[in-house]
Design a protein around this ligand. Structure first.
Ligand SMILES: Cc1cc2nc3c(=O)[nH]c(=O)nc-3n(C[C@H](O)[C@H](O)[C@H](O)COP(=O)(O)O)c2cc1C
Length: 251
């Protein structure tokens, strides 16, 4: 079991101390950063988290053969998996007056450019609305390697060639519900393009993890990653960055 310092992570997230420089944050060039043990980075410094993002390595997939075929944009947003009043919840970010979170915002940016279909990954778990409770809940969920039950299902996966997959970075990894997601589907022969929102850890090696879970899919390593601070503060800039990134992928 991994040792975690919940208090330290909570403090870092609440204070926004782990933010990368806002202006260049959604620079996605080859961001498949090295996985870091949670307690290492949590107990380290802001610089540790930034370094984790910047010392990136190219390891899986490439951008060839994207930009064609039918697109699905599957995303996990805690706002759509919690019973709490999203407006008053500290765990859900309000974007342009709507409490929908940042991952969904990026998903919509991707939809605007690709014309793909949006799919919300939903689970029977009612995630805590309070940020401290959510951080602790997610930690236990990860330690137990839980697979939350999915309550939304892709009915027509055969129709899609490319699947954008979006998630908030939780404890330096995919949220456990994403493991449920990859357990449920076989993406063999399809292209998976990851994107995430984080508070300093960037993609934290998640494209490699996805590739391990979907051995016969092509997973694009230079997924889109943006910090919570940048995404919340400059929504239209992020939309422009998403558009530029997608142009680079052939859209
Ligand atoms: C349970 C939990 C764990 C998190 N762990 C990390 C982390 O390890 N590294 C990081 O950079 N950000 C971490 N974050 C920050 C989120 O990735 C970030 O707040 C993101 O914006 C959430 O997306 P949303 O606005 O769509 O909910 C964590 C947030 C939560 C709630």
């Amino acid at each position: 079991m991994k040792t975690k310092t919940i208090f330290a992570l909570t403090a870092a997230l609440m204070l926004g101390l782990t933010a990368c420089g806002a202006a260049n944050d959604s620079d996605n060039a080859n961001d498949s950063s090295t996985q870091t043990e949670p307690n290492q980075a949590v107990e380290g410094s802001v610089q540790d988290l930034q370094d984790n993002g910047e010392n990136s390595t190219e390891s899986v997939g490439n951008a060839e053969n994207t930009g064609t075929g039918k697109v699905l944009i599957a995303y996990f947003a805690v706002a759509e998996n919690s019973d709490v009043d999203a407006i008053s919840s500290a765990s859900v970010t309000e974007v342009s007056g709507e409490a929908k979170g940042l991952v969904r915002t990026v998903a919509e940016d991707i939809q605007a450019v690709t014309g793909g279909d949006l799919f919300s990954i939903e689970t029977s778990v009612d995630y805590p609305g309070d940020i401290n409770d959510l951080i602790e809940y997610a930690s236990v969920e990860q330690d137990n390697d839980e697979r939350p039950e999915l309550t939304s299902h892709i009915e027509n996966l055969d129709e899609y060639d490319t699947i954008f997959v979006g998630y908030p970075l939780w404890w330096y990894d995919l949220p456990q519900v994403m493991y449920s997601f990859f357990d449920e589907y076989d993406f063999s022969g399809k292209t998976i393009i990851p994107f995430d929102v984080h508070r300093g850890s960037r993609l934290s090696g998640t494209p490699d993890t996805i590739q391990e879970l979907e051995l016969d899919a092509t997973v694009i390593s230079d997924g889109f990653t943006v910090s919570h601070e940048t995404a919340a503060a400059a929504v239209s800039d992020v939309a422009a960055d998403v558009e530029e990134w997608l142009h680079g992928l052939g859209y």
